[in-house]
Write a protein that binds this ligand. Structure first.
Ligand code: NI
Length: 173
């Protein structure tokens, strides 16, 4: 298993729009496995392929505490979303240390393929619904901070660029 590097905002590669997966093969399985490992290691509940610089429509999710409910969603499509919304704090492995409110549908119905190429329907609500919407945004090249005001977004950008510079300096020191 490989540990993958997670791209960090404002890396422009995070704005790449992912292509649909066309081949359900061993490399795809390996990618999903490595993404789970990377996500669990980073204590995240979701990770989109975009975040590890692979621009294919694949995401992994596990919202359980025990890490025993892994889900792989390939070429996901939201076929229904509840008109009721809720604004809750979100974070992102590509935006470390930043949490802010984003308005999302309370429930969604999603069609996606699994690793065997089987089409599945997932009905999600609560944290899983939020997570699916957040990760699907990544596949479209969208990071959650883009829902925030330009002022907040710029503050976050400045903070993260400073953080990256400090880390680079610490690495050579
Ligand atoms: Ni994210």
């Amino acid at each position: 298993m490989t540990q993958l590097t997670i791209l960090r905002y404002p890396d422009p590669r995070l704005h790449t729009v992912a292509r649909p997966v066309v081949q359900f093969n061993a490399p795809l399985r390996e990618l999903a496995g490595a993404m789970f490992q990377t996500m669990y290691e980073a204590e995240g509940i979701g990770l989109a392929a975009t975040q590890v610089d692979v621009h294919e429509q694949l995401l992994v999710i596990d919202v359980s505490e025990a890490h025993d409910q892994p889900m792989v969603l390939i070429n996901p499509e939201i076929v229904w979303s509840s008109p009721e919304t809720r604004t809750g704090d979100e974070g992102c492995l590509s935006v470390p240390g930043i949490y802010d409110g984003v308005e999302r549908s309370l429930a969604v119905k999603v069609e996606a393929f699994d690793l065997d190429g089987k089409r599945r329907v997932i009905e999600a609500e609560g944290m899983l619904a939020v997570c699916i919407q957040h990760e699907m945004d990544h596949l479209k090249g969208k990071v959650f901070v883009e829902y925030l005001s330009p002022l907040k977004r710029n503050r976050i950008k400045t903070k993260l660029i400073k953080q990256l510079k400090e880390e680079a300096r610490d690495a050579v020191a």
